[in-house]
Design a protein around this ligand. Structure first.
Ligand code: CA2
Length: 142
């Protein structure tokens, strides 16, 4: 089982600002937490983060050529705008779980729209960092 964890814009800033919404732990803490979990379950995991939409598309396509079994994606603000990410996920046909650290449904109206949700096999919102673990488990048990 080989999973790609893909994070979008500004998620590298976790723990640096807005701790009331996203918590105090850093992006590195997040990666380490997921890595430890995957190691304990014998799941191979890779991580990518980018602030650029096209890079995220490239990483999704790369996951196809490198034969990944699942993608955990937090597209950040591109969730609410990006048809390109939706098309990339459709093109590769790799099961993707969409994760949001915050409960986007309880925030501004524009955060309640997600293009990625249209293809995601599951969407997890508002469970903090644990949402990523739930996403990995969902993909590995599927
Ligand atoms: O709740 C989530 O995980 C989001 O995907 C996070 C995105 C936001 O645009 C989505 O609506 C919901 C933003 C990530 C920004 O992360 C920051 C972390 C620290 C300081 C500032 C931003």
């Amino acid at each position: 089982m080989k999973i790609l964890v893909l994070n979008g814009p500004n998620l590298n800033m976790l723990g640096v600002r807005e701790p009331d919404i996203y918590g105090r732990s850093t992006y590195t803490d997040l990666i380490n937490m997921i890595k430890d979990h995957c190691d304990s379950k014998g799941i191979e995991v890779s991580f990518k983060q980018s602030n650029h939409e096209g890079d995220l598309v490239d990483y999704i396509q790369q996951a196809y050529f490198e034969k990944y079994d699942g993608i955990v994606i937090n597209p950040g603000a591109y969730t609410h705008t990006s048809v390109a990410l939706l098309d990339a996920l459709k093109a590769v046909s790799i099961p993707a779980v969409e994760v949001h650290i915050s409960d986007v449904d309880a925030r501004e109206e524009f955060r309640q729209i997600s293009y990625v949700s249209k293809i995601a096999v599951k969407t997890i919102k508002g469970h903090g960092f644990d949402g990523y673990i739930e996403a990995v488990d969902f993909l590995s048990e599927r």
